[in-house]
Design a protein around this ligand. Structure first.
Ligand code: NAD
Length: 301
């Protein structure tokens, strides 16, 4: 049993913290939203009235927050007020930040933690809210080998696949690369299927041909974007559930910002970002990202 502080009980953090309780860990949590804390207490967790209170005696601190500024604010705090959480943590404790944020912030927090003798890993996840509930998330970890090893038993209580991408910040970079590729694959798949359909082909027949040919990819295999082609996919459920367009846009913005820093050429990522941005701005931000198919269906040249 490990004494864990969990900060951020949102759509992802709530079920992740619940799985830690199920695995027998002692979890004290804090969230700005009282209802989230009340739900957590019902499951057997302990609610704290602040992040500082949550970390008292904690061996491991996990955060699952919306964006980089929340993570920096939590751990580093205000420079003049010196109110960052890191200052309150015991030497040799472990910090796991599972939020999807920019790698620069992860590195900044990691360096500050290291100065205080605290281990830090960035461990963004893939698998969505369904994976968070089922405890089958993929963790993509950046950090030193020892810290990665130290985190194993905790991450296993919340996930099925745990990857070590490299140094601190690498987890974020790997996740950005994956999601940028995913956006390109999904848009390309929707584009090819729609063009085939507009030339008289049946979507199911064309999908079957391409999934067994060189156009084969994850979207065609298990996440077909055309309604009715594949049972159980978001496309066949009015694009409800799954991975929201708004979240894809968040990840693409992070990817493009990282590409700018490294001077990397990412024309496909830029193109996909433009498409998903327009789709979100047209009022579809809450739909699953495979709904990009609708963008093609609704925008004839
Ligand atoms: P969410 O908005 O549902 O939850 C965030 C929670 O953090 C909220 O409950 C909020 O009250 C709390 N919070 C914010 N600032 C806080 C602070 N200073 N102290 C304490 N609590 C604070 O978001 P989510 O969907 O759970 O996503 C969390 C992270 O996981 C994001 O970085 C997101 O990009 C990433 N992610 C989400 C999904 C998904 O499908 N939802 C999938 C993969 C990764």
């Amino acid at each position: 049993m490990t004494k864990i502080a969990f900060i951020g009980l949102g759509n992802m953090g709530g079920p992740m913290a619940a799985n830690l309780l199920k695995a027998g860990h002692l979890v004290t949590a804090f969230d700005l939203v009282q209802v989230a804390l009340d739900e957590f207490v019902k499951l057997g967790g302990v609610a704290a009235s602040s992040a500082s209170e949550a970390v008292i005696g904690a061996e491991v601190v996990i955060s699952m927050l919306p964006a980089g500024q929340h993570v920096a604010g939590l751990y580093l705090g205000d420079e003049r007020r010196q109110d960052g959480l890191l200052k309150l943590l015991a030497k040799n404790s472990l910090v796991i930040d599972s939020s999807t944020i920019d790698a620069q912030t992860s590195r900044q927090v990691g360096a500050a933690a290291q100065k205080l003798g605290i281990s830090f890993i960035d461990a963004p996840v893939s698998g969505g809210t369904a994976g968070a509930k089922a405890g089958t998330l993929s963790f993509i970890v950046g950090g030193e080998k020892d810290a990665f090893a130290q985190a194993q038993s905790i991450l296993k209580a919340m996930g099925a696949n745990i990857f070590h991408a490299g140094d601190v910040g690498s987890g974020q970079v790997a996740k950005m690369c994956n999601n940028m590729l995913l956006s390109v694959l999904m848009a390309g798949t929707a584009e090819a299927l729609r063009m085939g359909m507009e030339n008289g082909l049946d979507a199911e027949v064309l999908s079957d041909i391409m999934v067994k040919s060189s156009g084969r990819n994850w979207a065609l295999e298990i996440y077909n974007p055309v309604p009715g082609v594949m049972e159980g996919t978001p496309a066949s459920k009015d694009y409800q559930g799954g991975f929201m367009v708004d979240l894809m846009n968040k990840d693409l913005a992070l990817a493009l910002a990282a590409a700018k820093v490294s001077d990397s050429s990412v024309p496909m990522g830029q193109q996909a970002s433009m498409l998903f941005k327009a789709h979100g701005e047209a009022g579809h931000g809450g739909l699953d990202f495979s709904s990009i198919y609708q963008h093609y269906a609704n925008n004839k040249v």
